[in-house]
Design a protein around this ligand. Structure first.
Ligand SMILES: C[S@@+](CC[C@H](N)C(=O)[O-])C[C@H]1O[C@@H](n2cnc3c(N)ncnc32)[C@H](O)[C@@H]1O
Ligand SMILES: Nc1nc2[nH]cc(C(=O)O)c2c(=O)[nH]1
Ligand code: SF4
Ligand SMILES: [Mg+2]
Length: 181
């Protein structure tokens, strides 16, 4: 059984896969408490893998996004295998503090100040910009680097930072801009 906060169908709003239809599985709880966190994730119900897969199969999209809370606290290789058996492409949004099942197809790591990264591989780095020094993240081994305004409130500062640090690209929380989930 895994503790699930919600399962919903939307478009990936952030990062490299922005605009792609995806089923979001939001797991309950987190090991960090970011002051800016935009998600109420603590509530949840325990679901079997059968039930989770049944829910995911209701939607036509190939992409599934594991998020939370912190999804890495709840998943293992067996769970990813089941999503693959259902024909899904599995992405994860993680703070990077816990080891991940190796078979996940796409890893988005959003490192948080003061927490140690434990993951071996990531496809994209997505930093929530609060005016901090981002140079320490530039040595991470990833293909794509995204800087995301915090709650859509500091977009001009984020644009300015990206233009000064062109290794990075802007990620907007587009679902908030168009008022979808
Ligand atoms: C709610 S978190 C869940 C996944 C995981 N715990 C993490 O932090 O990556 C999903 C994404 O939203 C980002 N995020 C959280 N609060 C935000 C905010 N107020 N503004 C912009 N992005 C935010 C996180 O950094 C992460 O990339
Ligand atoms: N549309 C949409 N895209 C997202 N990408 C990452 C999200 C998250 O909360 O992890 C998220 C979300 O909550 N909604
Ligand atoms: S790590 Fe992610 S879910 Fe946890 S508090 Fe921070 S932003 Fe929210
Ligand atoms: Mg979100």
């Amino acid at each position: 059984m895994r503790k699930i906060n919600e399962i919903f169908y939307s478009l990936q709003g952030e990062g490299y896969h922005t605009g792609t239809p995806a089923v979001f599985i939001r797991f309950s709880g987190c090991n960090l408490k970011c002051s800016f966190c935009d998600t109420q994730h603590e509530e949840g119900i325990m679901l079997t893998d059968e039930k989770i897969i049944e829910e995911v199969r209701k939607y036509p999209a190939t992409m599934v996004v594991l998020t939370g809370g912190e999804p890495s606290l709840w998943i293992d290789n067996g769970f990813i295998d089941r999503l693959h058996e259902a024909g899904k492409y599995v992405c994860i949004e993680t703070n990077g503090t816990c080891v991940l099942p190796e078979s996940i197809d796409w890893v988005t790591c959003s490192p948080k100040h003061g927490s140690k990264l434990e993951i071996a591989r990531m496809d994209e780095v997505k930093v929530v910009y609060e005016g901090q020094d981002i140079s320490m993240y530039e040595s991470l081994f990833a293909e794509h680097f995204y800087l995301q305004p915090c709650s859509c409130n500091n977009t001009a500062e984020t644009v300015d930072c990206v233009m000064r640090h062109p290794k990075w690209r802007l990620s907007l929380q587009t679902h908030k801009l168009i008022d979808i989930r």
